[in-house]
Design a protein around this ligand. Sequence first.
Ligand code: NAD
Length: 372
Amino acid sequence: MRIAVYSTKPYDRKALEAANERFGHELTFLEARLQENTAALAEGHDAVCAFVNDQIGTEVVHKLADQGVELLTLRSAGFNHVDIDTAAERGITVVRVPAYSPYAVAEHTVGLMIGVNRRLHRAYNRVRDGNFALEGLLGFDLRSKRVGIIGTGKIGQITARILRGFGCSLRAYDPYPNDEVRDYGVRYVDLDTLFAECDVITLHCPLTPDTHHIIDEEALSKMRDGVMIVNTSRGPLVDTVAVIEGLKSGKIGNLALDVYEEEGDLFFEDLSDKVITDDVFSRLLTFPNVLITAHQAFFTQEALSNIGETTLGNASAYERGDRSGNELTPENIRPNRPVAVGGGDDHGEPGEPGEPAEHGEHGEHDHGHHEG
Ligand code: NAD
């Protein structure tokens, strides 16, 4: 197929070219992001390949269909940036990469938790500057802390398994609870209970009308003082203005983000020579207890290679008239049901099953939280 690849970075090109040795598609690499004023670049292509910050709303879908594009092959798992209904109406098949490496995202999530908790971002700079003082770097043991996982799909499940190894006490909220997750010692609770009980809250649900601003002023008011919030899922799950207020008041003790509501204007680009005009984002950067990475949770060698293989494999299946199983249709995107993590590369779970002791050696909440 002739495929126009939008938002291409050198690492995308490398991974797609490597995968394409097997598939033999005709790839046109475009640095431009797909949006209304760049949709015309797809002229003469059968398919378009897009990433998370491409804007594939109603107008763009119409423009692509008008040019004869038949297939939209996403290099992402998330598809909140695509008007699936209009694509279906206009006869464009939409396919995605449902699981390129949930391990990559889960591992980064836990990395962020530890990084912000132990202030590794500050420690790194201090040591380089000859400042070996510890003041301001005080963290807490993750062991025995209550961690609330919102969304126990592929990434949420793996995050749970890793955190079980740390000895955390795990809670979860998901409208579609999964028995396998209970086996990792996770207790499903309603959202308000999760907010009220947890020391750490990590987001692994998709962005939908239901989950937009799932962390807002009201949600924060139900949480423990000093709560840690981690978002590696999608920016608009968190109301950024509300969390800034929460950071100012001390309600939020730690915030770690890999995604941001308005990241489309910032992330994936080197803007170090430019003036950042997003005052909300700039305010976030001023807090010592905030750690932000720029949507890099997926960014491992394994994930890039899987993305290349699945993206182009999806196109080949479409070309042959087969179904890849990765199609997104108005019917199958609602509701977003959980998917069990395959055991293929899983070499077993360290540690004992079951929930860790609620009151460990040093007490469950020995970093200043109160039972609530
Ligand atoms: P998944 O579909 O396997 O799991 C999503 C889970 O969320 C499901 O169990 C679903 O039932 C649950 N859910 C749906 N609505 C919910 C709600 N209202 N409240 C709580 N849970 C709800 O998806 P996944 O592969 O685990 O990915 C999760 C999210 O991670 C994706 O939607 C994507 O936005 C994000 N992601 C981020 C990166 C990154 O690089 N930062 C990479 C990949 C995916």
